[in-house]
Ligand binder design. Structure first.
Ligand SMILES: Cc1cc2nc3c(=O)[nH]c(=O)nc-3n(C[C@H](O)[C@H](O)[C@H](O)COP(=O)(O)OP(=O)(O)OC[C@H]3O[C@@H](n4cnc5c(N)ncnc54)[C@H](O)[C@@H]3O)c2cc1C
Length: 445
């Protein structure tokens, strides 16, 4: 039996572990967190990624804990509603979509519970050495082990990427924004309704989760890349940058100061020209982070993990390593500008009018890396932050791969740009009503 080490017990790591274990690999997952990580906002499972979780038999469990927003408001500094929608929510897209939005911690917990592999928490990889018959891995808590394959699923700031491919600066593209995310009690009394605000280079959203008992708050601001900061320094900076912003922001900043679970990171993308080196590979944000602005990172992680494992499965565990490497080589060729072959007819639904999707792309019985290369798995391309216009990012979005293949691409929803969308002032999509209503009253309706 071949053994695989996966660094990162997040979405990509958990999914890859599940599929590889089923294919007969002995899987170990190491994560530097003390357990499955809590915190974060809701993240989206879209398009072909729905098939990935359904094939694991976990789709219904995830849908059972999905967020259930009735809509959203955008408010100004006085709490006056500038815009409202009961058709879509900025975090997730159309409310009638088969795509679903689920709290990141719920998704990761479900993956963790369902995956019968060796998990090692509170540890991380400090050195990787390729040897003739495996990769020698050294760990922060001491000791070393040798694995046939090592996969970095350790997110935007991947240690595996740094150790095997070089420093983050070589691959990281900063998008000019930072986000802070934390939970607090639902002191705003929101009922299945999300409220967004924006003010100059800052913005944010609060929405209720867990039967409206809890609020998940995201606060963002525009900034050049920052040096590494401690959590108290991060909170101080967020408070400084959002000082003087109206609405309920002062109370949200007070809540942030008390929050024990706190996530702060840059909006950034990872762009690489290869995802494998020898027996070491990358999947998810570690290799191709699209940023939360895209609303696609989770689906990309799910499908990337699935394709890797799917390539290994028919070959059996013994030949699986070559399959994994082939899959990565194929995925790499599918990257923008990397010389695409003419696509086969993709097994997807009809292309329909702007912003409309009647049939979701579906995975065929056995979707392979070649399908990804040919465009069977498709997502819209998120615009750069400067192009984001408050509520929707443009209905018909073409990926670079589509540009190469000449196909029309329809995104599955108004781009669910996360709070980054709110950092820019709203444009034409904002309906400035003559007699603004109070957001809180609306939120209760
Ligand atoms: C706490 C948290 C909150 C997030 N909140 C949001 C959100 O609100 N909205 C959004 O769009 N996206 C959010 N993301 C990112 C989102 O989860 C990913 O973009 C997407 O799901 C792709 O998943 P991934 O598995 O590739 O990476 P991630 O989900 O980032 O998972 C990476 C995993 O690797 C672990 N890890 C990191 N470094 C190391 C290391 N050196 N050694 C071992 N393990 C390591 C992390 O603890 C984590 O468990 C969040 C990520 C995290 C970690």
């Amino acid at each position: 039996m071949r053994n695989v080490l996966i660094s990162g017990a997040g979405v990509a790591g958990g999914t890859l572990a599940w599929y590889l274990a089923r294919a007969g690999f002995a899987v170990t997952v190491v994560d530097r967190a003390p357990g499955p990580r809590s915190g974060g906002q809701a993240i989206d499972v879209r398009g072909v990624a729905l098939d990935v979780v359904d094939r694991m038999g976990l789709g219904d469990r995830m849908r059972a804990v999905r967020t259930r927003m009735r809509g959203m408001s955008m408010v100004d500094g006085d709490g006056h509603e500038l815009f409202r929608s009961e058709e879509f929510a900025l975090s997730s897209g159309r409310l009638d979509s088969p795509d679903f939005e689920v709290l990141r911690d719920d998704l990761v917990a479900i993956l963790h519970e369902a995956t019968d592999v060796e998990y090692v928490f509170d540890d991380s990889i400090t050195a990787l050495t390729e040897e003739p018959h495996g990769v020698r891995v050294e760990f922060a808590r001491g000791g070393f082990r040798t694995f046939d394959l090592v996969v970095g699923a350790d997110g935007l700031h991947s240690a595996v990427r740094r150790l095997a491919f070089g420093p983050a600066e070589d691959y990281l593209r900063h998008l000019g924004q930072y986000l802070a995310i934390f939970p607090t009690a639902n002191f705003l009394g929101l009922a299945d309704w999300q409220v967004w605000f924006q003010h100059e280079e800052t913005g944010g959203v609060a929405y209720p989760v867990r039967d409206n008992a809890e609020l998940r708050v995201t606060l963002g601001f525009g900034s050049e890349p920052l040096p590494r900061l401690s959590v108290p320094e991060q909170k101080k900076l967020v408070a400084e940058r959002l000082a003087g912003v109206g609405w309920e922001v002062p109370k949200l900043l007070d809540a942030m100061a008390e929050a024990e679970v706190f996530y702060f990171d840059a909006m950034a993308q990872i762009r690489m020209d290869r995802w494998t080196t020898g027996r070491i590979a990358l999947v998810g944000d570690a290799g191709y982070c699209a940023s939360p602005l895209s609303g696609q990172g989770t689906s990309l992680a799910l499908v990337g993990a699935y394709v890797l494992a799917q390539e290994a499965r028919p070959r059996g565990a013994r030949r699986g390593l070559r399959g994994l490497r082939d899959a990565h080589a194929a995925l790499r060729r599918a990257q923008p500008g990397a010389g695409h072959r003419k696509p086969r007819r993709p097994g997807v639904g009809r292309v329909v009018g702007a912003g409309e999707v009647r049939d979701q792309p579906r995975l065929r019985k056995s979707t392979s890396a070649a399908d990804v290369r040919s465009g069977t798995s498709r997502w819209g391309k998120c615009p750069t932050p400067g192009q984001i216009s408050g509520s929707a990012c443009g209905p018909a979005q073409r990926t670079d791969a589509d540009a190469v293949s000449g196909r029309t691409q329809v995104s599955s929803a108004p781009c669910s740009c996360s709070v980054g969308a709110a950092i820019r002032p709203p444009t034409a999509s904002v309906n400035r009503r003559p007699s603004p209503r109070n957001w809180a009253r609306n939120a209760q309706r």
